[in-house]
Write a protein that binds this ligand. Structure first.
Ligand SMILES: Nc1ncnc2c1ncn2[C@@H]1O[C@H](COP(=O)(O)OP(=O)(O)OP(=O)(O)O)[C@@H](O)[C@H]1O
Ligand SMILES: O=c1ccn([C@@H]2O[C@H](COP(=O)(O)O)[C@@H](O)[C@H]2O)c(=O)[nH]1
Length: 285
């Protein structure tokens, strides 16, 4: 079996989908910061194309004003160019594919299937509230275009989510919560399973981790050694207790005898031996 060279390796792609104003761009920025992906917003690339004065500029501008979907080949070319220029090999493609035709064309042209689809699920009233207070000067952030965009999302974009759902590739997040809460849910999706078990979701650099592991295992070995040693001493003392008490008792008796002997000689002269008794008898006679 042949190996795949670096040049042939396909980049990892994650499609980020959700209604207008669901928070896709906000969360993509967080993922970039924490997980090293390159964020490609299809909408941003199209707006940059308008600004660049390209021949497609006017067509794109009109489509965006109406909340309509720009032809696949235009968007896919912009995405491919941005991927090549990035130098990265993992991408968050935000706001694309917007319909079945976008999806099929992207897969056919690039031969890339997404690793998964990150889907931001948010109620319409919340999305509307967020877009109306966004204040970024976007031509399509007005109530008339917002309604059109919502309809396009329901009719054309949701079927794409359903398609990937049928392939088990959708990771749905409740996007109605705060930015921080939504990111917690996003983080859990991007953190590999084994890391969640190992670190309970906080990241330690491998160097610090090795150092810590070494210290922890040294401490554990030392503790074990200490426990074994005190267990041994305890066992010896327990087993030898009768013997030790007999030795102590003997020492006590010896000392007692010696003390009595000392006090006897102090009061009555030299210790009484058989010879001295005999001597005394002789003296008395
Ligand atoms: N969880 C959140 N809670 C409250 N406000 C949010 C939340 N996430 C994003 N916002 C705000 O809502 C607005 C829309 O967010 P954002 O631009 O990230 O959405 P989007 O899905 O990328 O929108 P679009 O598809 O229209 O480009 C922004 O002003 C953003 O600051
Ligand atoms: O793949 C795409 C992405 C976007 N559009 C058009 O741009 C606007 C704005 O998109 P945002 O994702 O909200 O920035 C969208 O309403 C479409 O008109 C597109 O055609 N194809």
């Amino acid at each position: 079996m042949g190996t795949v060279s670096d040049a042939e390796k396909k980049p990892a792609v994650i499609f980020v989908l959700g209604g207008p104003g669901s928070g896709k761009g906000t969360q993509c920025a967080n993922v970039v910061e924490h997980f090293g992906y390159t964020h490609l917003s299809a909408g941003d690339l199209l707006r940059a194309e308008i600004k660049s004065g390209s021949e497609n500029g006017t067509m794109i501008q009109n489509m965006i004003k109406e909340g309509k979907i720009v032809p696949s080949e235009v968007t896919i070319k912009l995405l491919q160019k941005a991927m090549q220029e990035s130098g990265n090999d993992k991408f968050l493609i935000d706001g694309f594919p917007r319909n079945e035709e976008n999806r099929a064309a992207f897969e056919a042209v690039t031969k890339i299937e997404p690793a998964f689809v990150l889907f931001f699920d948010c109620p319409e009233e919340e999305m509307e509230r967020r877009i109306l207070s966004r204040n970024q000067g976007r031509e399509d952030d007005n109530i008339e275009t917002i309604r059109k965009r919502f309809n396009v999302f329901l009719e054309s974009s949701l079927p794409v989510v359903e398609y990937y759902e049928s392939k088990g590739k959708v990771r749905k997040v409740d996007a109605a919560k705060s930015v921080e809460e939504v990111f917690e849910a996003v983080k859990a999706i991007f953190t590999p399973k084994e890391e969640k078990v190992k670190h309970h979701s906080y990241a330690i650099s491998p160097c610090i981790e090795n150092n810590l592991t070494l210290k922890v295992s040294l401490y554990a070995s030392f503790k074990k050694l200490l426990q074994t040693f005190s267990f041994l001493i305890g066992s010896i003392v327990a087993i030898q207790l009768p013997f030790i008490s007999r030795v102590l008792n003997a020492i006590r008796i010896l000392l007692k005898g010696y003390r009595e002997e000392l006090s006897f000689s102090d009061t009555y002269g030299p210790p009484v031996t058989e010879t001295s008794l005999e001597h005394n008898k002789k003296v008395a006679v």
